[in-house]
Design a protein around this ligand. Structure first.
Ligand code: ZN
Length: 287
């Protein structure tokens, strides 16, 4: 049995906060390999869904050889897929914080998946961009996992605007704000007491990507690596599970998406700001 630690960098935060973009840029770093939103991995395997490359899991050149080495009796089992989805739901967050133990089958599945990828992948760190906080807490309880976290936060109005665009999961402003508040409340709470997690603002990242990446490098590896090329660079999108609509493109560049400033009326901007007030203040967003 392989006993090397499983090195995972985990992205936390609400959807539409730029996690797909950040995870693609980080995949470009020499020590990091991005695998996508791994909370959906079992569903992807079970239903043989399409990887970001456009081929389904059993035909994808990255995932298919890995699947051949994984214990599919364990992973491709409807009960286990359902168990995993249930354990990662948000209502578990307070229970895990209060000490609810890690489920044995869940741990075994995590170990099989990540150890198999580790064996084939030369980069030492795997980046999981699931965002789900319950999943972070489950990974944190797993003794084999060497875990680091990046919590990405964005102005609530950018998130509301992005959910309003009619793509994928549409949310109206009120449900977007409720979702935003729930996720960021817990992410804020967990990251406050956990030195493994560094918080990065979406706006800082898109304004000065090099600076943000240096900060992340320092947090993850203890040393700063100079980068001065991130703006206008084209990044290859790796073979990732899920992610937002960016993933159907093959490449991306770092784009500032601050359209909400023009597209949302000023009174609504103030209203949304007030509805998320504690988080806006904590993260130093101005109205
Ligand atoms: Zn693929």
């Amino acid at each position: 049995m392989e006993e090397k630690p499983i090195n995972i960098i985990y992205l936390l935060g609400a959807g539409r906060s730029g996690t797909t973009m950040l995870s693609t840029v980080l995949n470009n770093r020499s020590k990091i390999h991005t695998v996508g939103e791994m909370h959906q991995f079992l569903d992807y395997v079970y239903e043989n869904k399409d990887c970001s490359c456009g081929k389904n899991m059993s035909e994808c050149e990255f995932w298919s050889p890995l699947l051949a080495e994984m214990n599919l009796e364990l992973l491709k089992n409807k009960e286990n897929v359902e168990l995993s989805n249930k354990l990662e739901k948000h209502y578990n967050i307070p229970l895990y914080l209060l000490g609810k133990p890690l489920n044995g089958t869940y741990r075994e599945m995590t170990d099989v998946i990540f150890q198999t990828i580790h064996k084939k992948e030369s980069k030492p760190w795997l980046l999981d961009s699931s965002k789900y906080i319950a999943r972070y807490l489950l990974l944190r309880k797993n003794k084999k996992v060497n875990l680091k976290g990046i919590y990405l936060v964005r102005d609530v109005r950018g998130v509301v605007y992005s959910f309003g665009k009619n793509v994928q999961t549409h949310k109206n402003p009120l449900s977007a704000i409720i979702y935003y508040t729930l996720i960021n409340f817990w992410a804020q709470w967990v990251s406050l007491f956990d030195k493994r997690i560094i918080k990065i603002k979406y706006e800082d990242f898109v304004n000065e990507p090099d600076k943000a990446i240096q900060k992340i490098d320092k947090h993850l590896f203890g040393s700063e690596t100079k980068t001065s090329y991130l703006k206008d660079t084209t990044f290859e999108i790796p073979h990732i599970i899920a992610g937002n609509r960016l993933r159907s493109d093959k490449q991306l560049i770092i784009k500032k998406d601050l359209k909400w400033k023009e597209e949302i009326s000023r009174p609504k901007q103030i209203l949304y700001y007030l509805l998320a007030l504690p988080l806006m203040i904590i993260n130093k967003y101005s109205p």
